[in-house]
Each structure stands twice: as structure tokens, then as C-alpha cells.
Design a protein around this ligand. Structure first.
Ligand SMILES: Nc1ncnc2c1ncn2[C@@H]1O[C@H](COP(=O)(O)OP(=O)(O)O)[C@@H](O)[C@H]1O
Ligand SMILES: Cc1cn([C@H]2C[C@H](O)[C@@H](COP(=O)(O)O)O2)c(=O)[nH]c1=O
Length: 228
């Protein structure tokens, strides 16, 4: 039975790499996939992984109709054995409905890849629809880590290294960026540090702050004794 599968995780957990691996393994067996993406960091019509691999893809911009596109392709004698859709969080809910229709009516597997929540830890509309419609939601196994070493579960947007909670939902960008003043970047965090808005940079700054350095004993002398 063909399936709609949503491969989900934080930024930088290997979603695009897995998309490229699925594509590689299937094409190695003579299957022909149709690859879609939207607003990849590498530019329009590209599906790229931080491991350095990149492939051409059809840019599924706003208003793009997946079902109509694939019906058009097949009816012109084109071949398509499966579908890959990367950066699926950016798709509109109607486009996810079209992908479900591709599975049900065209009987093609659809593998969608994307982050579930935005920098405010709110669902992207496309990801919400995928959770609602997918036959399976697969959380990626290679876990991205928070600076504290815990599993990263949330995506933070940073400006000058500090986490921000205001701004447009969609701002294309990357992790390991945003350290310069005014520069937007992203950082994956565990929930605890996302809630506390504590990024690697602010944690580092706090650790260096005189407030948390060991305080000489005489400075405590005028403080009341804490009873246990
Ligand atoms: N230099 C590197 N060596 C080994 N693995 C790397 C390197 N750079 C990135 N990676 C791996 O690639 C993952 C990011 O892959 P990518 O497919 O771009 O992520 P996503 O699409 O989920 O944002 C990282 O979590 C890491 O496991
Ligand atoms: C959290 C968050 C992310 N984005 C953007 C930033 C990147 O361009 C993509 C995620 O790509 P990845 O391959 O998963 O790293 O999404 C955004 O626009 N808004 C956000 O809140």
C-alpha cells in the first residue's frame, strides 16, 4: 500500500540527507522519483544537505498544485514511482492534501520531510496538516543536541546569538549563523533551554559573568545564615 510518510525532527537532524539517501537507494534499483522542495537554503529548485550533497528538485512555490503537476507529468507519458517533498513545513495545508491525494488516487509513495515547529515552538500549518494526514510520522533517529548535551527538541531563532521570539514565521536560514550583531540564525535546543531562552552564546556569557564567579568568603559575612 502506498503511504504518506512524514519524516520529522529539528533543524540539522539529517532530514535532507535521508531524503537524498531514499532517492539514491530507489534510483539505484531503477525507480524514478519526483523531487520537490520549497525555499531550500541552496536556492530555488535545489534539495541540499549539510553533508554537501545536493540535487535538482521542482520548486513547489506558493499556489503550486502537486496533484495537477503529477497528473500532467504522467498523462504526458512521464514516469514517477515515488515522490519526495523536502522543507514540507513551508507547504500550505491544501498542498499537503494534494500530496495525500497523490498517495490515494495515483498510488504513489510520498515521503515528506520537515521540521514540525517554528522558533516559537508553534506548529507550521503544513506540518500540522502532515501530522493530521500522514500514514506514519517518523522522528529521525540521529538526534541533534542542545549545547547542554541533552537531545534537542526545539528550534530557536537567534539574532546576534540571542534567542528571539518575535518575527515572521518563515525566515530561511541556517544553524551556525546568527552570531554577528543583527544576523539571523538558528540553534537547536532542549525544551528547558528553549523555555529559558538560553542559547549557547548566552550560556557562555552567563558562565563568564562575574555574578556567577566564586565569591570571596568575606562578601558573605553580612548575609543572613540560611537555615535548612
Ligand atoms: N562535517 C560533517 N561531518 C559529519 N556529519 C555532518 C557534518 N556536517 C553535518 N553533518 C550531519 O548532517 C546533519 C544535518 O543534515 P541535513 O540533512 O542538512 O539536516 P536537516 O535537513 O535535518 O536540517 C547533522 O546533524 C550531522 O549529523
Ligand atoms: C525554526 C524555523 C526555521 N525556519 C527555516 C530555516 C531553514 O531555512 C528551514 C529549516 O531547514 P532545515 O533543513 O530543517 O535546517 O526553516 C523558518 O523559516 N522559521 C522557523 O521558525
Amino acid at each position: 500500500m502506498p503511504e504518506l510518510v512524514f519524516f520529522s525532527g529539528t533543524m540539522d537532524c539529517g532530514k535532507s540527507t535521508l531524503a537524498l539517501q531514499i532517492e539514491h537507494n530507489r534510483s539505484a534499483r531503477g525507480l524514478q522519483g519526483m523531487i520537490f522542495t520549497r525555499d531550500d537554503r541552496a536556492g530555488a529548485g535545489k534539495l541540499s544537505s549539510r553533508l554537501g550533497l545536493v540535487t535538482d528538485a521542482v520548486e513547489a512555490a506558493e499556489g503550486f498544485d502537486f496533484y495537477a503537476y503529477l497528473v500532467g507529468h504522467l498523462s504526458k507519458g512521464g514516469r514517477c514511482d515515488y515522490v519526495i517533498a523536502d522543507e514540507a513545513q513551508f507547504l500550505a495545508p491544501e498542498q499537503i492534501d494534494q500530496l495525500a491525494r497523490v498517495v490515494d488516487d495515483l498510488e504513489l509513495d510520498v515521503f515528506a520531510f520537515g521540521i514540525t515547529t517554528d522558533f516559537r515552538s508553534k506548529l507550521f500549518p503544513g506540518s500540522q496538516r502532515l501530522v493530521e494526514l500522514a500514514d506514519r510520522v517518523e522522528v529521525l533517529q540521529v538526534e541533534a543536541l542542545c549545547w547542554c548535551g541533552a537531545r534537542a527538541t526545539h528550534n530557536a531563532r537567534t539574532v546576534g546569538g540571542e534567542m528571539v521570539v518575535e518575527g515572521a514565521q518563515v525566515v530561511v536560514g541556517d544553524v551556525n549563523a546568527g552570531d554577528e550583531v543583527g544576523e539571523v540564525g538558528y540553534e537547536v535546543l532542549c525544551r528547558r533551554h528553549h523555555r529559558r531562552r538560553m542559547t549557547a552564546a548566552t550560556a557562555r556569557a552567563a558562565a563568564l559573568s562575574p555574578d556567577v564567579l566564586p565569591v570571596p568568603a568575606e562578601e558573605f559575612s553580612d548575609r543572613p545564615t540560611v537555615r535548612s
